[in-house]
Design a protein around this ligand. Structure first.
Ligand code: P6P
Length: 344
């Protein structure tokens, strides 16, 4: 407790009591993740003062251009989380294969997946970026983990959350016992509990989607967005607002704060390329789905609950429709109608 607010350290210790068979390992691991985000926050806030903007001149496994900060923040996570003996291995958007804990360090019973700097292309234009993380139990041979050990449904997550590097740096996390938000007090370098028990309103009049892809959308998505755009003159009878930050963490945080629906659906262009979506299941879809569901929202592919997907590969992509429960359910119902018509 400091200035009358609970610190994230105290909160995590109290949370540990809700996790079966949790020992100090979980608490210490989560505190190391928090430390990683503090280091990244400092780098993000300094930007070009420390020469971290711009391209690294390389590509990640997704074939996407890597920014310098993608690599720098990935290294921060590895260095901060590899030594304490809580992890069997790590996996990240920025690494082709899983990261084995170096032999000089003990191995633990947890697995950590993360997107170290989601929306990193926004760094160069000084727009909010974030970190997304998810913690799983290693159910296989923790001394010799493989990529297959990470292929667990989102319902198996022990903890998930994100850090948002915005006007203030915040961390939002869940261990399956609701969602809580913390703001970094830069004066003392500690996160304070500022947003207890975050919940998503079941209804919203605000949608987020990259409308430049509209010509590729499937009919249910097209129908939903058209109705939003028609506003009070159309089927919904109410006007809608639109947002698109191109930073999933910022979108999800806005939705946790005031409701909304965020969509990165599968489309005809992706189908033609044989991909399932843009976002990655293990370190974007599942952690955000856990947080959103724990806050009373919903997260679907449009056809199935994201957290029930059984992953087939480490960097598997997934369509995402998440946010205010009633709006997600409406989009799902439009998919059901279309799929039923297609079969009839
Ligand atoms: P687009 C960032 O690259 C990201 O993975 C998410 O954070 C964000 O929601 C989405 O992709 C933005 O995609 O196609 O608008 O650049």
């Amino acid at each position: 407790m400091h200035n009358g607010k609970t610190s994230i350290t105290q909160f995590i210790i109290e949370e540990q009591r809700h996790i079966d068979s949790a020992t100090g390992d979980f608490t210490s691991l989560l505190n190391d993740v928090v430390t990683s985000c503090k280091v990244i926050s400092n780098l993000v806030n300094q930007g070009e003062l420390v020469g971290v903007l711009g391209s690294a001149g390389s590509e990640n496994v997704q074939g996407e251009e890597q920014k310098k900060m993608d690599i720098i923040t990935n290294d921060v996570f590895l260095e901060t989380n590899q030594w304490a003996g809580h992890l069997a291995a790590m996996a990240s958007e920025e690494m082709d294969d899983i990261y084995h804990i170096p032999k000089q360090y003990p191995r633990g019973k947890y697995l950590l997946t993360f997107d170290p700097l989601d929306g990193s292309s926004n760094m160069d234009v000084n727009v909010s970026v974030g970190t997304i993380f998810s913690i799983l139990r290693c159910k296989g041979d923790c001394q010799n983990p493989t990529a297959e050990d990470f292929l667990q449904a989102g319902t198996e997550q022990v903890c998930a959350g994100y850090a948002l590097y915005g006007p203030s740096t915040m961390m939002v996390l869940t261990t399956g016992n609701g969602v809580n938000g913390f703001t970094l007090d830069q004066n003392i370098g500690e996160f304070a509990l500022t947003h207890p028990n975050m919940t998503i309103p079941e209804d919203t009049r605000e949608f987020a989607i990259n409308a430049s892809n509209s010509r590729f959308w499937e009919k249910p998505v097209q129908r939903y967005v058209d109705e939003c755009l028609a506003g009070s003159t159309g089927a919904r009878g109410e006007d809608f607002n639109m947002r698109w930050v191109a930073s999933m963490v910022a979108e999800v945080h806005r939705i946790l704060t005031r409701g909304g629906i965020f969509m990165y659906p599968i489309d005809e262009k992706m189908k033609a390329k044989g991909t399932e979506g843009k976002l990655r299941l293990l370190y974007e879809g599942n952690p955000m789905a856990f947080v959103v569901e724990q806050a009373g929202g919903a997260c679907s592919t449009g056809r199935e609950r994201v957290m029930e997907i059984n992953p087939k590969e480490l960097h598997q992509r997934v369509p995402v429709v998440l946010g205010s429960k009633n709006e997600v359910e409406r989009v799902v119902s439009y998919h059901k109608e279309m799929d039923a018509d297609a079969v009839a």
